[in-house]
Structure formats: C-alpha cells, structure tokens
Design a protein around this ligand. Structure first.
Ligand code: BTN
Length: 243
C-alpha cells in the first residue's frame, strides 16, 4: 500500500467496482483509503445506472469517516474540487457544475460522483472522470467529454493526486467554518440557475425554474410560485444544452 497525502492508496487492475472494493476499508476507525481501478466490470452511477468503465479513464473511491447528515457539504466540495483542479490544468476549460455534483465542460459531462453510506460512520465517495475517452453513446444520458478533448493531457494518476490535494484543502476550509465561501465558489460555477428545467425524480417528473440551492445542497424549484426542495434527481435543461 502506498499513500497520496494522508490517504492510504490502493491501485488495482480490473475489478467490479471501486465503491464495493472500498467497503472493506470502512471497519477500523480513523482510516482514509483511496481505491483506484484501471477498469471496472460493474461500475455504477447514480440512480442504479451503469457507469461505463473501460481502460484509460479514472475510477476511484475514497472511504473515510464523515457525518452523513452533512452530505450536502460533501456534494459541494467533491464537485468544486474537481472543477478547481481542471481550472489549474487549463484556465480556458471553464468547467461548470451541474446539480448535484456533475462537472461539465462546454455543456458536456466530464465526471460523475456517487456517494454511498459505508459501514458505521464511513462514507464511500466514488468518482469517475473521463480522462482519455468518452463512453459509447448508448451508455450516455448526457453528452460527454474528456480531459484530453479539453487540452488537459495529464495521466489518470496525476489528476488523482492533484484532486486529493485540492479535496483535502477544501475539507480543511470546511472545518475552518469557510462553508459560505466554498458555497460561493460552487454557485459561481453552477449552471442553469434562473432557467426552466426538468427534474426526473424517483417516481415523478417536475418542471419549473431552477431558483437556487439551499444550505444542504437541495435544489430549489419554482413551479408557478410554489417552491419545492429536491434532494435527488436528474436535471435536464429545457434549452437543450444538455439533453
Ligand atoms: C454518476 O452517475 O454520475 C456517478 C458515477 C460514479 C462512477 C464512479 S467510477 C468509481 C466509482 N465506482 C463505481 O462503481 N462508481 C463510482
């Protein structure tokens, strides 16, 4: 086992899913573990979808202790950290954040984050980033892009190291009561606020104007003057920017 910053780092070849593999590191207290795989045979996305996981892209999961009642903070800094690392590599890439935690470049999806409950106090935060390739169209709910398509020619591991550093910094800021500042950084990059959107939830589809995000990262939707708070769902922009 090696390390990235203060995280134990396990790098594997082909496995089923890094989120599943990371679960075994949620037993002893005070552990911080990253499991990375070269490819996954059963990579999964949010809401039970498949995450295409061929060689060449980055797939990893971070297992650590975190109070899930603050999951909104994690949703916020996990995606903000990705956008900030992309900006450091290529200031012209202009990544945007799509609620809840997707990173887009030119309205195309670059990455996805799946946060699951681990054992006890642990969370497992799995991240997939298109580094070199984009998955075949049949696997895509949204148009996709990759780092390489945006002139970021780092390796998957280089990106991972930069990400962990940024994530640690943002986690530190969160602990130093800098949530408002981080929230401002997230909102500065948010896409679609003020626009007409469609949100597909578990059992229903809602339409309205995306008016903002509350302090727990719930989406606020205005449907003819009635504001609803949405905790989970897929957002589609009605202007057709992202299918
Ligand atoms: C999404 O639907 O946008 C979230 C995708 C999360 C994919 C990552 S890849 C690494 C980790 N292992 C998994 O099986 N899923 C996550």
């Amino acid at each position: 086992m090696t390390e990235i910053e203060d995280w134990n780092y396990i790098s594997l070849g082909q496995i089923k899913s890094t989120n599943d593999e990371a679960r075994q590191y949620c037993i002893e207290p005070n552990q911080k573990t990253i499991v990375r795989a070269e490819s996954q045979t059963a990579g999964r996305g949010r809401r039970g979808r498949k995450w295409a996981s061929g060689k060449g892209n980055l797939y990893f999961s971070m297992a650590f202790e975190f109070d899930l009642k603050n999951v909104g903070n994690l949703v916020m800094i996990s995606s903000l950290s990705l956008a900030q690392v992309i900006e450091e590599y290529n200031p012209n890439a202009r990544p945007s954040l799509k609620w809840p935690n997707d990173v887009l470049i030119n309205n195309c999806k670059l990455s996805g984050i799946l946060i699951e409950k681990g054992e006890g106090n642990y969370v497992i935060m799995g991240i997939g980033i298109n580094v070199a390739t984009t998955p075949k169209k049949k696997y895509l709910l949204y148009k996709a892009t990759s780092l390489h398509e945006n002139d970021i020619n780092c390796t998957a591991e280089e990106f991972l190291i930069a990400y962990v550093k940024k994530f640690n910094q943002n986690m530190m800021l969160l602990q130093k009561a800098q949530k408002l500042m981080l929230r401002g950084e997230w909102l500065k990059r948010a896409c679609g606020i003020g626009q007409q959107i469609t949100v597909c939830r578990e059992n229903k589809v809602e339409r309205g104007i995306f008016v903002g995000i509350d302090e727990n990262m719930a989406l606020l939707l205005n449907n003819r003057g009635r504001i609803s708070k949405i905790l989970a769902g897929d957002v589609f922009f009605n202007n057709g920017d992202v299918r």
